[in-house]
Design a protein around this ligand. Structure first.
Ligand code: HEM
Length: 508
């Protein structure tokens, strides 16, 4: 039986509530020692060697899609903790066997770096060639137990902190110009591809706000986003479909690695740009014991893969969710934003944004509905116990754990009406209590990235820029219309109208 999208939460709730499949009903004390849950053998299997992994990845990539792939297996095994294969698998990668954590209780185990190792698994069971990152294992692939992890994360924290005073101004400049360009495109052709404009604005903004350099004033010109996209495709190709007929798609992307020399000169152009643009930061890196070269490859990765990649995925998603909220919410949001800005002398400041509860809640809700990096991995450092809503499971040292975040953040036993976008969900004391279940940053929203954890180094920066996008939008416009199209590589947002705000004086 095919299941509809909206049945995810019901299914997660249902499956995790079932005790019939319990094989060993002896009670087991949980971490918090408040309840005793029955111990259950982890259900599911990996199929025959080679055949099982290839069949599973065809289901995942070509016939079912991620949501249905996980849903159907939860239903088959009546459990939200289960064994399955995750692409790519053979021949390009040897072992696709994982234990999947598909509810909001079991998922956070992946944040506990005492229990799980995060070495070389940023992209899951397949790790891209080091030739794509200058021969270095960059920060995202390091476990906190490795000395370089703390050093490199500290280096990034220093840059983010030293540049925080220019972020709002640079954002408003880059994205203000972007909306001006979108208006011109609307006048000319009646529509504007938000993704294209967003890519240029995001890369320009990141370069200016983090390093003080406008890429358009350098040899890179407007080519940054295109070069990044190609480089990212060489890293993530084995994990995705590019929309070719399935047999060819699978053969091209998952037989051997795409040869990295094909992007060598593109990568070099990005490297040269960062080496000059970030020269001041690179001099600082040497003082804390990181060579300029290693620091530069890391800055390139953090800016192009982590930051640009995140904004490229999340901003269109944010615009889509706001658009779907309709005219009443648009009016409430623009009132809230304009009133707070007026109270702060017409300036957009951190303080002013703290006084925008609807805006803050809406951003968290967009992250809950569509976490931009939906999959996380971790390898058990020792024999451990995984806890779901209703059972506990034993995991052996060395086994690979995997979490699909949307099933944790849309868990119906944690969130009311989990499949609905409720903009006000996180307002007030009860709403704030739920923030610990918003985990887009590889950690609870109520916690912070540290040198000894794997939470996103840019967490606060990301929240700030997401709020700024909406502020900019509603200071300039009363409402807007979009068209959505779904492609092999995701959703694309086309802006079809922008209704200018009645109070343009606030657009400073
Ligand atoms: C929407 C934007 C972003 C999203 C959704 C996002 C998400 C994530 C996630 C899920 C992880 C953990 C991956 C894992 O280990 O499994 C991560 C790690 C990381 N992110 Fe972000 N990120 C975003 C933007 C940024 C920005 C702006 C920076 C800039 C500094 C950044 C820097 C990093 C770094 C350095 C790590 C590795 C942290 C560590 O090793 O301790 N990210 N991010």
């Amino acid at each position: 039986m095919a299941l509809s999208f909206s049945s995810t939460a019901a299914l997660v709730t249902h499956a995790s509530g079932i005790r019939a499949g319990t094989q060993n009903p002896q009670p087991f004390k949980t971490n918090n020692q408040q309840q005793q849950l029955p111990l259950k053998k982890i259900p599911g299997d990996y199929g025959l060697p080679l055949i099982g992994p290839i069949r599973d990845r065809h289901d995942y990539l070509y016939t079912q899609g991620a949501d249905e792939y996980f849903k159907s297996r939860i239903q088959r095994h009546q459990s939200t903790v289960l064994r399955l294969n995750m692409p790519p698998g053979p021949p390009i990668s040897s072992n696709p066997n994982v234990i999947a954590l598909l509810d909001g209780v079991s998922f956070p185990l992946l944040f506990d770096t005492n229990k799980v190792e995060k070495k070389d698994l940023f992209t899951g069971t397949y790790m891209p060639s080091l030739a794509l990152t200058g021969g270095y294992r960059v920060l995202s692939y390091l476990d906190p137990s490795e000395p370089k992890h703390g050093l490199l994360k500290k280096f990034l924290f220093q840059i983010l902190s030293s540049r925080r005073h220019v972020v709002i101004e640079e954002f408003r400049h880059s994205f203000g110009s972007m909306f001006g360009d979108i208006e011109k495109e609307l006048e000319k052709t009646g529509k504007a591809d938000f993704g294209e404009f967003n890519d240029q604005a995001a890369f320009g903004f990141l370069s200016k706000s983090l390093f003080g350099t406008d890429p358009e004033s350098t040899a890179l010109g407007k080519e940054g986003p295109g070069l990044i996209l190609k480089w990212v495709l060489f890293q993530l190709g084995p994990l995705i479909s590019i929309g070719l007929p399935s047999f060819i798609d699978d053969l091209v992307l998952r037989t051997i690695r795409l040869p990295s020399f094909l992007v060598k000169s593109d990568y070099q152009r990005l490297y040269d740009f960062f080496y000059t643009a970030a020269s001041a930061a690179l001099s600082e890196s040497e003082k804390i014991g990181i060579s300029k070269e290693e620091a530069c490859h890391n800055l390139l990765f953090a800016t192009c893969f982590n930051s640009f990649g995140g904004m490229k995925i999340f901003f269109p998603s944010l615009v889509k969710w706001i658009s779907r909220c309709g005219a009443r919410l648009h009016s409430k949001l623009s009132n809230e934003i304009r009133t707070a800005v007026k109270l702060h002398d017409g300036k957009v400041t951190m303080r002013a944004m703290e006084e925008m509860p609807l805006l803050k809640s809406l951003v968290y809700e967009a992250f809950r509905m569509e976490p931009p990096v939906p999959m996380q991995y971790g390898k058990a450092k020792k024999d451990i116990i995984v806890e779901s809503h209703d059972n506990v499971f034993k995991v052996k040292k060395g086994e690979m754990l995997f979490g699909y975040q949307p099933f944790a953040t849309k868990d119906g036993r944690i969130f009311d009406r989990p499949e609905e976008f409720i903009a006000e969900r996180f307002i007030g004391v009860e709403g704030e209590r739920l923030l610990k279940h918003v985990i887009w940053s590889n950690g609870p929203e109520s916690e912070s990235p540290r040198l000894d954890n794997k939470q996103c180094a840019g967490k606060d920066f990301v929240i700030l820029v997401s709020r700024l996008l909406i502020v900019e939008l509603f200071l300039r416009y009363d409402s807007f219309d979009i068209q959505l199209e779904t492609f092999a590589l995701g959703t694309s947002v086309t802006i079809t109208s922008l209704k200018k705000a009645a109070a343009p004086s606030l657009q400073t």
